[in-house]
Design a protein around this ligand. Structure first.
Ligand SMILES: O=C(O)CCC(=O)C(=O)O
Length: 290
């Protein structure tokens, strides 16, 4: 890693207020990482302070309006059965707050704990489930970017909760244990009847391994929005879902730090990360005698 995102709990845990992490913060992050590895998911509460969470939610609504202004629809019929799900794409181009969240040290610490020190930012989008929202098709996010068999965790979502999230307002529903499924045929026909909600308070991170089968929940409340940001990160050899060269404006690209450029695949060098290992195992031809 070029920037100091250590794999040790604590150094990278920066609670939002900027205060030093307490012992219990460090323990909570360590426990979250082991749960992520074992169970395929974890919840880390209190990563964003309440005022920063509210500010991010305001900026998300502004980004939704800006998306419509740019001609990018916020209802995707291919994903959601009705317009009560508000989708916001290309968040990184919309507001610096989203560029800060996608590289938040706690988020990256969780990402690196699963994928290792090198990764790509594959996408960063939002889904606001408003009252009346219904579930999208069941899927895993790793299945979208790499064909089966899915033998390794090569993807992870860092889900930012900008509102409280509970079953009634449309919490993401997941199938426990499904991060062990290697093939589509491992998904049981009655999967939907075994789904559980990821419930968390506003300001929390939910980390979800890429192989977890999940769907959006239905928002059955009368008046409560559920707003989530989905930072999607993959192993560095998987092509991102988004071509950042195209979607990020020249002005945004020009302002990115070198680490962000690398994580977004914007540097000249791209998929050569395994060269060292490949060369180490390769026989070298002996020089020919003249
Ligand atoms: O909004 C949700 O709860 C899940 C969204 C999701 O899985 C997706 O957009 O791929």
């Amino acid at each position: 890693m070029h920037r100091e995102i250590t794999m040790t709990a604590g150094a990278a845990l920066s609670r939002d207020a900027g205060s030093s992490p307490t012992r219990s913060d460090v323990d909570a992050l360590a426990a979250a990482k082991s749960r992520l590895r074992e169970d395929g998911w974890c919840v880390l509460p209190g990563v964003l302070a309440p005022e920063r969470t509210r500010d991010a939610l305001d900026r998300l609504w502004a980004a939704a309006a800006e998306s419509e202004r740019r001609g990018v629809a916020t209802h995707m019929p291919v994903l959601d059965p009705n317009a009560s799900n508000v989708r916001v794409f290309n968040l990184l181009d919309m507001d610096p707050v989203f560029r800060a969240l996608v590289q938040h040290p706690t988020a990256l610490d969780l990402v690196c704990s699963l994928l290792g020190p090198e990764f790509l930012i594959s996408n960063f989008t939002a889904n606001i489930a408003r009252p009346g929202a219904r579930s999208m098709p069941l899927h895993s996010d790793q299945a979208i970017v790499v064909p089966e068999p899915w033998l390794h965790p090569w993807a992870i979502n860092i889900i930012w909760c900008l509102t409280d999230v509970r079953f009634e307002n449309g919490a993401t529903l997941f199938l426990p244990g499904s991060h062990r499924f290697a093939r589509r045929s491992d998904v049981p026909p009655d999967a939907l009847s075994h789904m559980r909600p990821f419930e968390a308070e506003a300001g929390s991170i939910i980390a979800m391994e890429g192989r977890v089968w999940h769907t959006s929940g239905a928002n059955i409340t009368d008046d409560e929005d559920r707003a989530l940001l989905f930072g999607y990160y993959t192993a560095p050899f998987l092509r991102p879902q988004v071509n950042w060269n195209v979607t990020l404006s020249p002005a945004v690209q020009a302002g990115l730090e070198p680490d962000m450029r690398r994580w977004l695949g914007l540097e000249a060098q791209a998929n050569v990360g395994l060269a060292g290992a490949a060369f180490a195992q390769a026989p070298t031809a002996a020089p020919r005698a003249e």
